[in-house]
Design a protein around this ligand. Structure first.
Ligand code: AFP
Length: 338
C-alpha cells in the first residue's frame, strides 16, 4: 500500500524542496489545519453538542447584518484562540468581526495576516448539509509596527497561501501556496490530514453550472443571456445540454468544481444595486479565486480578474464568476460586449 503522506510531511517537503514555504508559514498552516479539525469535531456533533445545543442562531448579527449561528461564533473563537499565541501572525480578520484582531501584546508578533470566513454556508448547518472554513494569508507590509486595517487591503494576487476545509461526508482540507492545489482528507483514526490529491486540475470545459436561479429576474443582461443559453441546451447556440447544482455554500460548490469542473456564479443583481455582489472579496472570493487559478481555472467579477482587484474596505463585496476557464471567459466576454 502506498505510504500515507500527512499534511505536515507535505508542507515540510514543500519547504525543503524549493523553500516555497518559509518555516513560519508552514507552522501557521499547520495551526489553521488543527483549528479546522476542532471545528469539524464541533460541526459533527450538531444537536449532540452539549447541554445547550450548538445548532440554531445565537440571536446576534455580524458586521454584515446577518444573523449569526452559534457555530459561526464557535468557529471564529476556535480560529482566534488557535492562532493568536504562535508568533506567526500580526493580526487576523474575519467575516464575523467588524474590525481586525491584532495579536495581543503578550504574544510575539509575526509577519503574516490571516483572514477567514470561519463557517461558510451557515444556512446549511441546521439541515446537515456541507459547510466549511475559508482562509487566506497575506504578508504584513514591511515597516509597519502597529497593524491597521489598511495593511489588509491588498489585491488577492498578494496572497502567500489560501485554502478551505469542507465539513461534508469527509473533512477535506484544500490548499495552495502558489505551487498548484493539494487536497488532504482527515483520517479520524490517526487524527491527521492525509494527502489524497496533488496538482488538482479543473477541465477547461464543463456541462455543469451553479447559480441561485431564484434571482434570475434581478440579473443584468449578460448573465441572463449566458444562463438562458445554458438552459436552451442542445437546441440552443451551445449545442449541448447542461446540468445545474447549487449547494448554497460556496465552499461546497467550489470543491465540486475543483473535483470535476463547472462554473460558479454569484453575480451582481438589482436587489441591492449599491452592493457589487453578495460574496466577500477578502476572505471568500480571493482565496477561492487563487485556488481555482492554481488548478487551471479562471475567476472574474464579470469584467476583471478577481485577484487584480484593489480592495477599498475589509468587508468589501464582489460579483463572482469562477471555474472552468472557457465558460468564465465566455460570460466575461458577454459583459465586455455591452
Ligand atoms: P451563508 O453563510 O449566510 O449561508 O451564505 C453562504 C454564501 O455566502 C455562500 O457560501 C453561498 O454560495 C451563498 O452565500 C448562497 O447565497 P444564497 O443563499 O443567496 O443562495
Amino acid at each position: 500500500m502506498s505510504q500515507k503522506i500527512s499534511l505536515t510531511r507535505y508542507l515540510i517537503e514543500q519547504q525543503r524542496r524549493d523553500g516555497h514555504i518559509p518555516q513560519d508559514l508552514r507552522l501557521l498552516l499547520e495551526v489553521v489545519a488543527r483549528a479546522c479539525k476542532s471545528i469539524s469535531q464541533a460541526v459533527n456533533k450538531g444537536a449532540l453538542g452539549g447541554s445547550a445545543s450548538i445548532l440554531g442562531t445565537a440571536h446576534t448579527e455580524n458586521v454584515q447584518g446577518e444573523v449569526q449561528k452559534k457555530l459561526d461564533i464557535i468557529a471564529n473563537e476556535v480560529l482566534i484562540e488557535a492562532n493568536e499565541w504562535g508568533g506567526h501572525l500580526a493580526a487576523m480578520a474575519s467575516e464575523e468581526m467588524q474590525s481586525i484582531y491584532a495579536v495581543p501584546n503578550r504574544y510575539p508578533q509575526g509577519e503574516y495576516l490571516l483572514l477567514f470566513d470561519p463557517l461558510d454556508g451557515s444556512s446549511n448547518i441546521d439541515i446537515n448539509a456541507s459547510i466549511g472554513t475559508i482562509f487566506s494569508v497575506l504578508r504584513k507590509p514591511e515597516g509597519t509596527s502597529a497593524v491597521a486595517e489598511s495593511d489588509f487591503l491588498q489585491p488577492g494576487s498578494q496572497q502567500v497561501a489560501a485554502g478551505y476545509c469542507i465539513y461534508g461526508p469527509q473533512t477535506t482540507l484544500v490548499l495552495t501556496v502558489g505551487d498548484g492545489v493539494a487536497m488532504f482528507t482527515l483520517d479520524r483514526e490517526q487524527g491527521s490530514f492525509v494527502l489524497i490529491e496533488e496538482n488538482v486540475r479543473i477541465p477547461e470545459d464543463t456541462q455543469e453550472f451553479a447559480i441561485n436561479m431564484s434571482n434570475m429576474r434581478h440579473w443584468d443582461a449578460p448573465v441572463k443571456r449566458y444562463v438562458d443559453e445554458l438552459l436552451a441546451g442542445q437546441d440552443g447556440v451551445r449545442h449541448k445540454d447542461f446540468n445545474m447544482r447549487w449547494v448554497a455554500a460556496m465552499v461546497a460548490d467550489v470543491h465540486r468544481i475543483l473535483c470535476r469542473g463547472g462554473v460558479f456564479m454569484y453575480p451582481w443583481d438589482k436587489r441591492e444595486p449599491e452592493k457589487a455582489g453578495k460574496l466577500r472579496l477578502m476572505y471568500e472570493a480571493n482565496p477561492m479565486s487563487w485556488l481555482v487559478e492554481q488548478a487551471g481555472g479562471a475567476a472574474t467579477n464579470g469584467r476583471q480578474r478577481i485577484l487584480d482587484l484593489q480592495p477599498g474596505k475589509l468587508h468589501e463585496r464582489v460579483s463572482v464568476v469562477l471555474g472552468s476557464k472557457n465558460e468564465v471567459q465566455r460570460l466575461t466576454s458577454y459583459h465586455s460586449q455591452l
